[in-house]
Design a protein around this ligand. Structure first.
Ligand code: ADP
Length: 424
């Protein structure tokens, strides 16, 4: 099997966002958790997104892991590799965007490559090389106060110049609107001046199509889900995508018992749990007991064992803000959060051991703990349950499962029912 587009994402949620974007654009897409083993058997897909956690680690480690991912993707036939970064260009002068870009460029012998975090539909636009977040330049956006990588400069040519060993140039909007040929001419001109990477402006959705068309003829590019969308469009347009149907629900039904787990304490999730209570058995866990030991996990699994034969169940640690604050005050925020995440992972593991094959998880960190515990190497991305929340079909597990992993605030009031309806 030959993949058409390889992607390396510098964090898990960014990877999911990109995988979902590519799927919506018509590419059959798998998201892997880390660099997969060489023997991972992939279904027929157009794109693979390798999820790393390399955004805020030391630059040399980010380079090593990204190179490992690149080797895996090229080994599976990927002609083009997109290094997926955050659409707010999260990085510091030490990296990691510049060092990883330099390494990937050197590995494939690319003369000049395109870089843009633009994604107009989510309010990220780049004009004259300056990144805007909604109406304001990056350095006036909330990113100026980011705890790990405060962004104090909206001029990405300057930002990337401080991180990279190569000269950085600009392909401006006036060139982009003249189309792919004009962009190629400008890139040739910049390359002649010794420029190795160019920030490319994109303000309107149509600009992404031009960017993607040109980027696809190179070996590597750098950007957020917007350039991913442009690359996907270019691939579909050129007839390079081999499936036409990007739908994990196409596969055989998985069947068997279904369960929902909620560890998010967001307003949206609390409302979704309240709604679920009207239509399925719901067990509300005692967070103090979850932190104290395994008894609460055993109680939950015994309860689920009695109910699952009759239909889906929901098990929730979620609580209102005052109750969460009380638990955090007693145990510390991180310790309480970690203990509860691990308890939810214990419950997920126990449910799968008793035969559950369809699992909905609410909460970003909670989902991460569950996926790690279940040792799921990869997912085929399916139809969207709610914006940004697709059905996921496991790849490389002994028995196939369907999952939905939801960040706290995502989804409408009937989310759990909506998810189960698409997970057959
Ligand atoms: P979200 O996507 O809404 O941020 P997360 O799962 O990422 O949800 O984060 C929720 C955090 O709250 C997790 O660390 C989880 O373990 C913790 N948590 C869940 N229930 C409770 C509770 N009742 N009291 C305190 N912390 C909780």
């Amino acid at each position: 099997m030959t993949i058409k587009l390889g992607c390396i994402a510098d964090d898990y949620t960014g990877a999911s966002d990109l995988a979902n974007t590519l799927t919506r654009a018509g590419l059959r897409t798998v998201q892997t958790i880390g660099v997969p083993a060489d023997n991972l058997a992939l279904p027929e897909v157009d794109a693979v997104v390798v999820s790393l956690k390399s955004r805020s680690i030391e630059a040399h480690l980010a380079v090593a892991r990204s190179r490992e991912a690149e080797r895996w993707l090229r080994g599976r036939g990927a002609d083009h590799v997109l290094f997926k970064i955050c659409s707010t260009f999260d990085s510091t002068d030490a990296g990691n965007i510049g060092p990883v870009m330099d390494a990937l460029r050197a590995d494939c012998g690319e003369t000049i490559l395109l870089v843009t975090p633009a994604f107009p539909e989510t309010g990220r636009t780049v004009y004259q090389g300056h990144l805007f977040v909604g109406h304001v330049p990056l350095n006036e956006s909330p990113l100026k106060d980011h705890p790990l990588n405060p962004m104090h400069d909206a001029n990405l040519v300057r930002v990337l110049s401080r991180q990279s060993r190569t000269k950085i140039g600009l392909v401006d909007l006036a060139t982009v609107v003249r189309g792919p040929e004009a962009v190629r001419d400008r890139l040739a001109e910049l390359a002649g001046q010794g420029v190795g990477a160019a920030i490319i402006d994109a303000v309107f959705d149509a600009d992404l199509t031009t960017v993607g068309t040109v980027a696809l003829t190179h070996r590597v590019s750098v950007g957020a889900s917007g350039i991913g969308l442009g690359l996907a469009r270019a691939l579909v347009e050129s007839g390079g995508a081999n499936t036409g149907t990007a739908d994990a629900a196409d596969g055989a039904p998985v069947g068997g018992p279904a369960a929902c787990l909620a560890g998010s304490c967001s307003q949206a999730t609390l409302g979704q749990i309240a709604h679920a209570e009207k239509i399925m058995p719901v067990l509300r866990l005692d967070p103090e007991q979850l932190v104290a030991g395994k008894d609460e996990v055993h109680r939950a699994l015994a309860w689920a064992g009695e109910c699952l034969g009759d239909g889906p169940v929901l098990i929730a640690s979620s609580a209102a803000p005052d109750q969460v604050a009380a638990v955090q005050a007693r145990h510390g925020r991180d310790a309480a959060g970690h203990a509860i995440e691990q308890a939810m992972a214990d419950i997920a593991e126990g449910l799968v051991q008793t035969g559950v094959r369809r699992l909905v998880v609410a909460g970003g960190e909670t989902s991460g703990a569950v996926v790690d515990r279940l040792k799921i190497p990869a997912f085929l991305v399916g139809p969207e349950i709610a914006p940004g929340v697709p059905v996921l079909r496991t790849v490389g597990t002994t028995s196939e499962m369907l999952l939905a992993l939801k960040s706290g605030n995502f989804g409408g009031p009937h989310f759990f029912l909506d998810a189960l309806g698409l997970m057959r």
